[in-house]
Design a protein around this ligand. Structure first.
Ligand SMILES: [Zn+2]
Length: 446
């Protein structure tokens, strides 16, 4: 295999480790899929004389963003059933439409659209959970993306599986089929406390322990979820998970609103990790995740966009800005979630969440070259005192101009390098008429 070596010389580099470091006149050297060196530009050019150099004037180079919760294929349902209460949105609209429409091709086409949007916005790794994970995994692999693909588990029948037993069986077969795929990992993805039985959770826990696989779970998403759980079992969802033995370092808890102080301590004591999806929580009026208190208690908090039907985009820059703003508002403390903390949360925090922090999440020699370059030349960014502040508080996904995953450049000058943008968009729009017809017939029914 021939060795490819590239020197990337942007105006600023925020490596995330060490914390709050901002380098100027430095270069990052990439060799094949890994970061070879991070050093002053003069030294880079003389030490690596055989490498090509890419100058990125007025650009900030950061680790690629890690989107820790989403349902990629739901890009095809973007804008469907907006402005509805969460359980109404989910059970009366999203589930019936998915039930009639979702198949392997839907998931493949929707996931490719999502990957395109994520790569164009600087995201290089995502956690996904949806039906037909094998179709999602194929889309991720085809587009050289990095992902944790969920093995969905729920008690309700759907086009992919019938009942919990069948979900687990198919999930395990899927897991075996992608075991040797580069850049792909798997996790059990029981949907939520209200859609999985105690027996289902017990099986998931046993397999998770045997296989050392994480468990990715929507938990404490809304007030109604917590209230219904108390009415049904007398237990709040966190307490039920504790009884079932699920509160552990293997648990990736999604949303986590309506938390009491004792529950925050319980999560911290058990090493549970949390992914915060502020825009989905705000749009569905689900509630507020107490990020500042969780971080204070020592819980690792990552950022996720959730699916495009409840957001409605996969822009990790704006998502993280929303996390910062919401945390400041909710805590009454404007120092909460600073720009530097935000950058760490959307990169290294995400990598930790997925158990990948030895490989990605910061710009350190030996790590995978998953990189994002943000173009800050636009007048809207001037004057630039602190480019990290501009990234978190001013930029959007559309300001990302270059992206690498495992050393391969996927975005250059705002354009996808390998994937055919128009064919991905055409395939996605091919579903529009069917989705529209589904909405119309559903409107007649409800
Ligand atoms: Zn979700």
């Amino acid at each position: 295999m021939s060795i490819t070596k590239q020197i990337i010389s942007p105006t600023w580099i925020a490596p995330v480790v060490p914390r709050r470091t901002l380098l100027t006149d430095h270069s990052l050297v990439v060799q094949n899929d890994r970061i070879e060196a991070l050093l002053p530009r003069d030294a880079a050019v003389s030490q690596f004389a055989d490498a090509t150099e890419l100058r990125l004037d007025q650009h900030l180079l950061t680790p690629g963003f890690v989107n820790c919760h989403g349902h990629a294929a739901m890009t095809l349902l973007r804008g469907v059933a907006d402005d509805r209460e969460m359980m109404d949105w989910l059970t009366k609209w999203i589930w019936p439409i998915e039930g009639r429409l979702v198949d392997a091709q839907f998931v493949y086409d929707g996931t490719r659209l999502a990957v395109m949007e994520m790569v164009m916005g600087g995201t290089t790794c995502a956690a996904d959970s949806y039906f037909f994970p094998e179709a999602a995994a194929r889309a991720f692999s085809d587009m050289h993306f990095r992902a944790q693909v969920g093995m969905p588990v729920m008690q309700f029948d759907n086009a992919w599986a019938n009942g919990e037993e069948d979900h687990i069986h198919k999930g395990l077969a899927f897991r075996d089929s992608v075991r040797n795929q580069p850049r792909l990992t798997t996790a059990f993805a029981p949907h939520a406390p209200y859609s999985v039985t105690d027996e289902g959770f017990e099986k998931v826990r046993l397999y998770s322990e045997q296989l050392d696989a994480p468990i990715h779970l929507h938990l404490h998403e809304t007030t109604q979820e917590v209230r219904d759980a108390i009415n049904e079992s007398g237990l709040r969802p966190v307490a039920r998970m504790q009884e079932l033995g699920l509160l552990s370092a293997s648990l990736q808890a999604v949303h986590m609103t309506q938390l009491r102080e004792d529950e925050i301590e319980q999560l911290a004591a058990n090493g549970v990790q949390v992914v915060h999806c502020p825009e989905s929580n705000m749009k569905l009026a689900s509630g507020t995740c107490p990020v500042a208190q969780l971080v204070e208690a020592g819980v690792n908090v990552a950022i996720g966009t959730d699916g495009a039907a409840s957001n409605n985009d996969l822009d990790m820059i704006q998502e993280t800005r929303s996390a910062s703003m919401l945390s400041k508002l909710a805590s009454g403390d404007a120092t909460s979630l600073s720009a530097d903390q935000c950058l760490e949360m959307m990169t290294l925090g995400g990598a930790r969440f997925l158990g990948l922090s030895d490989d990605i999440g910061s710009l350190e020699p030996g790590k995978q070259a998953d990189l994002c370059a943000i173009d800050l030349s636009n007048p809207a960014f001037q004057p630039i005192f602190n480019p990290v502040s501009q990234l978190i508080y001013t930029a959007t996904a559309r300001d990302v101009s270059a992206v690498w995953i495992a050393g391969r450049q996927l975005l250059a000058n705002d354009q996808l390098v390998e994937s055919d943008t128009s064919s991905i968009v055409r395939a996605a729009n091919g579903w529009k008429a069917q989705v529209k017809e589904m909405i119309n017939s559903h409107e007649r029914e409800v």
